[in-house]
Design a binder for this molecule. Structure first.
Ligand code: SAM
Length: 176
């Protein structure tokens, strides 16, 4: 079981163009061991898509929209949590992951469009997954995989209604 409690804070979401990417941020977070995602925008489409996956595939991942990012960060810190902002301008992942592993509760902030400058100062760590531009989905996936050192691959999802029977060839699923 993953040890660090991770919740994602997705900022800068534009419902007219980011719905698919934000849904994939949530699904990636869920699959790789995070507990939930706060969305700093109003988008019931994202919330419903993720709830539908949780309903079929199990676990208790949550997705909450209409979150105010400043108060979310403030309250997270008041509860003793740490804030990691994923940005190509941060310290490279291999140089920051050991310290991140020491934090019990981590709020991982990922952007869409240009991130407000204030976030860089509010974060406890600005972490880069290479110093090259790419995507919030790939940077989140690599951050979680490094944080959990691969243990998230064998995570169980209690309450699933369907599961995959892994096979080298073909597609096998089982209704539970
Ligand atoms: N142009 C935007 C800016 O300057 O803030 C970033 C847009 S990028 C498509 C969206 C998000 O992907 C970023 O906010 C960041 O969270 C993440 N991201 C992109 N490249 C990254 C990298 N090399 N390391 C960590 N996160 C990255």
């Amino acid at each position: 079981m993953p040890e660090n409690e991770v919740v994602i804070l997705r900022i800068g979401h534009r419902p007219e163009r980011d719905q698919r990417v934000t849904t994939h941020v949530g699904l990636t977070a869920r699959a790789l061991g995070a507990k939930g995602m706060y969305l700093a925008a109003s988008d019931k489409g994202v919330v419903e898509s993720i709830a539908d996956v949780v309903n079929r595939w199990g676990g208790d991942f949550f997705c909450e929209d209409n979150v105010k990012w400043r108060s979310c960060i403030r309250e997270w810190k008041q509860d003793g949590g740490s804030v990691v902002h994923l940005t190509m301008y941060g310290l490279n992942l291999p140089d920051s992951i050991e310290e991140a592993r020491t934090r019990e509760k981590i709020l991982v902030v990922v952007g869409a469009e240009k991130v407000p400058g204030e976030i860089y100062g509010l974060a406890d760590f600005n972490v880069a997954v290479t110093s090259q531009p790419h995507s919030e989905i790939s940077s989140l996936a690599l951050f979680l995989d490094h944080l959990y050192a691969g243990k998230e691959m064998t995570r169980e999802f209690p309450g699933a209604r369907i599961r995959i029977v892994p096979s080298k060839l073909g597609k096998r699923t089982e209704e539970l």
